[in-house]
Write a protein that binds this ligand. Sequence first.
Ligand code: GAR
Length: 212
Amino acid sequence: TGNIVVLVSGNGSNLQALIDAATTGEGLGNGRIAAVISSQADAFALERARQADITTQVVEHKQHTDRRQYDQALKHAIDEYQPDLIVLAGFMRILTPEFVMHYMGRLLNIHPSLLPKYPGLNTHQQVLDAGDDTHGCSVHFVTETLDGGPVIAQASLPVEHDDDPEQLKQRVHTLEHLLYPIVVRWFMLGRLQMEGNQALFDGIELPPSGVM
Ligand code: GAR
């Protein structure tokens, strides 16, 4: 079996989707969630992990002087579980290049926009401000460029004329919960690789926008 470490900061609904997927159907390939590590002691995601009997750990920013030191502590915590894959699931911290380099090719993130559109925060508001008629989410390999690594898969939905950011966020969440477990399963089955700045599926280059 392969070990997955999930990094969280908040509610953890994507973590929940992964926990649920692990115990149903095809599961997460040969993967098991070995640990959940949170940057916030009060994250509800920790409660979800405990409910599922998954080991939890908190690595908080306040105990560390700077980003480099924080990332070193985080790396130390993660590597204890000998992970094959690290999954960012609402982990709201920017990672140092050293950290990213250490896990290159086995670090995934989910982002609430159709990348390369709207990296960063407030994506739902930005979609509405721009008057886009389509929105969605992306799963990508993490590189040093914030929300800029190669996209593996995307799921999209139509924006309704009377949508507000909260409604959009809810619907994007529903898509995220479908998409992330699929991509994690692919990875754990050995079907995904990162080569240069490109994501490969069964050895074939994915189009820049991903496969879904
Ligand atoms: C998700 O929508 C995820 O895409 C987003 O945070 C939310 C976490 O929800 N991630 C980012 O914005 C990363 N920059 P969750 O805690 O309920 O899974």
